[in-house]
Design a protein around this ligand. Structure first.
Ligand SMILES: [Fe+2]
Ligand SMILES: [Fe+2]
Length: 301
């Protein structure tokens, strides 16, 4: 995805900031990052590589599915939130293109993963009704919000991650929680209902799991680690085992199936305040880079 031009972003920045969803133009530099930047482990690092591979095309899909309904929204606050949402997701796509290029520099087939997710999402955009596309976005935004909340709270993960790689994930996690209600509210305002939302969550979960495992397998294959259960076991336990990230998010995932569910019921206001200050406050580690993209930010303390 190409970089967003300055003027549309600045109008989105203004509207998004009004709605407390400010798009922040970043310019991360991964050149100092170590190859196995997550715990020094190939399985764990490529887990995040597979995740990152989904974002450039995936977030463009989110944006288009919401943008389709923008003119039907009359509530000024929600309109401003949509502007913030679009601006933030556009910046996420751009920065994950850069992160994926960094993975590619080690020979990982990120371009092929990007091509393949592009085929799938392009097919869905051609064949799926717009309301259903928006429901898919609502479901995937629920995933990004609860994974992001987990990651912001997971100090042990921060300590295991190379600072050059950690920053993009913290920034992304913060903004996913800032805009987590937007697609959901648009869906409800245009008449999206419970049955479609929950049915779509089941089909989306199955599809996401298959694609993610397929992508991760292709990255592991590049390292010759695909069938090395012994070497991969610590990473498998870390993400999929008891107390790991995936089992830990299941209760919040299941909340989505409650009839009166709304993303704001997962209250992250205090968490967001804390991380806005840590990242963009007066001593924030990304403050300078945010104000002058291109400046390489200092590593995490
Ligand atoms: Fe995002
Ligand atoms: Fe998002």
């Amino acid at each position: 995805m190409t970089a967003t031009t300055a003027s549309p972003l600045s109008s989105r920045q203004t509207a998004g900031a009004r709605a407390n969803i400010p798009p922040r133009r970043m310019n991360f530099d991964f050149t100092g990052g170590v190859r196995f930047g997550y715990a020094g482990d190939a399985y764990m690092t490529t887990f995040w590589g597979a995740f990152s591979a989904l974002f450039p095309k995936g977030e463009s899909f989110f944006v288009e599915s919401v943008r389709h309904y923008r003119n039907r929204i009359t509530d000024p606050l929600l309109k401003a939130q949509i502007s913030g949402f679009i601006g933030q997701e556009a910046m996420h796509s751009k920065e994950h293109v850069a992160l994926n290029a960094w993975f590619q520099s080690y020979g990982y087939p990120m371009d092929k993963l990007d091509r393949d997710i592009g085929y799938l999402l392009g097919f869905l955009q051609k064949t799926m009704p717009h309301k259903r596309q928006l429901a898919v976005t609502v479901c995937l935004e629920h995933y990004t919000a609860i994974i992001a909340e987990y990651c912001l709270k997971a100090d042990h993960m921060h300590r295991m991650t190379d600072p050059h790689l950690l920053q993009i994930w913290l920034w992304h996690a913060l903004e996913e929680n800032e805009h987590k209600t937007v697609a959901f509210d648009v869906y409800e305002q245009v008449g999206g209902g419970y049955a479609l939302r929950t049915f779509t969550m089941m089909s989306t979960t199955a599809t996401l799991a298959l694609i993610f495992l397929w992508f991760h397998a292709r990255l592991l294959a590049h390292d010759g680690r695909l069938f090395s259960l012994r070497k991969n076991w610590p990473g498998i336990k870390h993400f999929w085992g008891r107390g790991g990230m995936i089992p830990s998010i299941v209760p919040q995932l299941l909340d989505f199936f409650k009839p009166g569910f709304h993303p704001s019921q997962h209250d992250t206001e205090a968490l967001l305040e804390e991380w806005r200050e840590k990242l963009f406050g007066s001593q924030g580690i990304l403050k300078e880079q945010w104000q002058k993209p291109g400046i390489v930010s200092k590593p995490m303390p």
